[in-house]
Design a protein. Structure first.
Length: 406
């Protein structure tokens, strides 16, 4: 059998250390990757929950504020029947003065002529061809946002963007006698949504039926991603609360029915967008802490394992060296090891082997001395009856005993 040069083979401690090191590294990487994946999933779910809850909260608050104006319009329409022209004018002026949400309020008769307007504006104008008037004769209606040419410009010297809310005015018999209208400021809508954005950290983008952006609370307004707009178009007829848009650049929620069922259809498509700049991304710091904790734990496990291996294998290495010395002819008494049961058994076994070898060597030495001291042909002093034949050509070790002749 060919023996391998043991000098080229690593010690058991070295192999065990490398094995443990690789195992600890693999385990640490597995733990880090697993925890990182779950942390990413948890953060994604948290962001989705933030968007959905924030969007629903904004929708609820906005609908509550808008319904107050809607109820006010209907209350004014009911109060006009039987009121004097002076009372109607007072109603119109009070509406504009309350809260600043309504830029102008007015009343048109069946001929389409404005008979009363806040601060007497637009009185006498023919509005029979206006959409809010034609639809308002039949039912409560909401128009499209538009830029006013008849009202004063805003603080930025731009035409005020308005939204007309109209409803029929009926007499005691239920007959339509005119139309009441509120011109709601879109600036108020934008201000309300901007305030909600600051509180809930959710940006809101409002588009009309034609896809024109009416309100965008993002710091840098930009067109919506095409895939977000396309995904929203597939659900344009699906009424209900906000729903997440998948496979979009960023986190978007969409609803085609931002305005509640108690109000007319505004035709607004509303997108809620997570404000990434205002939400602290704790994931990088969390990952750093996780990696640090895993590294510390792996180092501790590795150090403890190396210490145990050292305590277990070091005595075995010493006993291996002792066995090699014994095999080389050096009768070194092995040090008894108590590091493990195996090491203790091995040290006792080596001690027995050393004792047997020492006894055997003593016997062979005595026998060699006896053989060399007996003259040729002389009887064995032990009385065995044997005589020895001298063989000058052979060394002393090859002297062979023979039986005495009878």
């Amino acid at each position: 059998m060919r023996l391998t040069d043991h000098g080229l083979m690593p010690r058991a401690f070295t192999r065990a250390a490398i094995t443990v090191l690789v195992a600890v590294i693999i385990a640490a990487v597995f733990v880090a990757v697993t925890v990182t994946r779950h942390a990413n999933e948890a953060q994604s779910r948290l962001q989705q929950d933030v968007v959905m809850r924030g969007a629903d909260a904004i929708s609820l608050g906005f609908n509550t504020a808008l319904k107050r104006e809607w109820d006010s319009l209907h209350a004014v329409a009911r109060a006009i029947d039987g009121a004097t022209p002076a009372d109607i004018n007072d109603f119109m002026d009070a509406v504009v003065a309350a809260g600043g949400r309504v830029a102008w309020a007015g009343v048109a008769d069946l001929n389409g002529t404005i008979i009363s307007g806040s601060h007497r504006l637009r009185e006498g104008q023919d509005v029979s061809e206006r959409r809010w008037y034609r639809e308002g004769l039949r039912r409560p209606a909401v128009g499209n946002a538009f830029d006013s040419r008849s009202l004063a410009r805003d603080e930025n010297d731009k035409p005020q963007s308005l939204l007309n809310l109209s409803t029929p005015i009926r007499d005691a018999k239920g007959e339509t006698i005119g139309v009441a209208v509120y011109s709601l400021r879109m600036a108020w809508v934008a201000s309300y949504l901007a305030t909600a954005k600051e509180e809930l950290r959710i940006d809101v983008v409002v588009q009309d039926r034609r896809g024109r952006t009416l309100v965008d609370t993002r710091p840098e307004p930009a067109p919506l991603p095409e895939n977000a707009a396309a995904a929203a178009s597939f659900g344009a007829d699906a009424a209900g609360a906000f729903r997440l848009l998948r496979d979009t650049e960023g986190l978007y929620a969409f609803t085609p029915s931002f305005v509640g069922e108690s109000l007319p259809d505004f035709g607004w498509r509303v997108f809620a967008v997570l404000d990434q700049s205002s939400h602290l991304d704790l994931l990088p710091s969390l990952l750093r802490d996780i990696i640090l904790a895993v590294a510390i734990a792996a180092t501790f496990v590795l150090g403890a394992t190396m210490m145990v291996l050292r305590l277990l294998l070091r005595p075995l290495e010493c006993l291996t060296d002792t066995a090699a010395d014994v095999a080389a002819g050096s009768l070194v008494y092995p040090v008894e090891s108590r590091s493990s049961r195996e090491a203790s058994d091995l040290s006792r076994a080596l001690a027995r082997i050393q004792a047997e070898l020492a006894t055997l060597r003593a016997r062979e030495s005595a026998r060699d001395t006896r053989y060399l001291g007996v003259a040729a042909g002389r009887p064995d002093p032990e009385g065995t009856g044997r005589v020895y034949r001298e063989r000058p050509e052979a060394p002393a070790a090859d002297w062979m005993p023979r039986k005495r002749a009878s």
